[in-house]
Design a protein. Structure first.
Length: 234
């Protein structure tokens, strides 16, 4: 396996394709993706009870509708207060808080199909059932030009895991899963959490998708911006 520095790894990922790669249906035009800010900077969130998945879902999908889009996206290296609702991230109001998002979220209806952006094999999968967690999760392993890395897909349907096998091969563009709803996905509006991981550190079917500020430098080095593959316009 070829070792790469974080900077070289990000450059490597960016050069895999000059065209966008897809984890959602490739028939959705790039112009139908709209950025969504879920950080403290978004003042509209102050009027939303993020602890209510129904209210949070209404807010997100009304935004998508208002923008005449099909998918809202964003969240990499984004500080979010929405994680305060869950002891999974902040047990007994621990400090420092885990509140910085490490992947990209793609907000779209439940049961939307999910696709592998590159040739891959199944590394691991698991239903992470903590409140506010990923729910059903799949991790794919990619081996490209001597470089090994991983992609994580969170908030899937439970059915997506039933037929999976470790080592199973997926071709680029092949469907790997469908999205779950709030009843199974950690109590969130339907969306895909997509994350690139350079070193899984021994994790199986799970990897931190949110971190504390004190750990941010490590995780940004280990988890490159997914937009180097998706190339969505912000």
């Amino acid at each position: 396996m070829l070792y790469m520095t974080p900077t070289n790894f990000a450059t490597f990922l960016n050069q895999i394709s000059t065209e966008p790669l897809y984890v959602l249906d490739s028939k959705i035009p790039i112009q139908d993706y709209i950025p969504l800010d879920l950080s403290d900077r978004n003042k509209a969130l102050k009027n939303v009870d993020a602890s209510s998945s129904k209210e949070f879902e209404f807010f997100i999908f009304e935004y998508i509708k208002t923008e005449s889009a099909q998918v809202a996206f964003g969240g990499y290296n984004e500080v979010r207060t929405i994680y305060q609702r869950s002891a999974h991230f902040n047990p007994q109001n621990a400090t420092p808080q885990r509140n910085i998002h490490l992947g990209m979220d793609l907000w779209i209806d439940a049961k939307a199909p999910v696709f592998s952006p590159l040739d891959a094999t199944v590394h691991s999968f698991k239903n992470n059932t903590n409140y506010g967690d990923y729910g059903p999760t799949l991790i794919l392993k990619h081996h490209l030009d001597g470089v090994v890395f991983y992609t994580l897909y969170g908030h899937l349907s439970l059915e997506s895991l039933t037929a999976l096998k470790v080592g199973q091969h997926f071709e680029q563009g092949e469907q790997i899963a469908v999205l779950g709803d709030a009843s199974i996905n950690g109590d969130y509006p339907p969306h895909l959490h997509f994350q690139i991981v350079r070193d899984l550190q021994g994790f199986h079917g799970d990897y931190p998708g949110v971190c504390a500020k004190q750990d941010l430098a490590f995780y940004l080095n280990n988890c490159s911006d997914p937009n180097v593959l998706l190339k969505l316009k912000r």
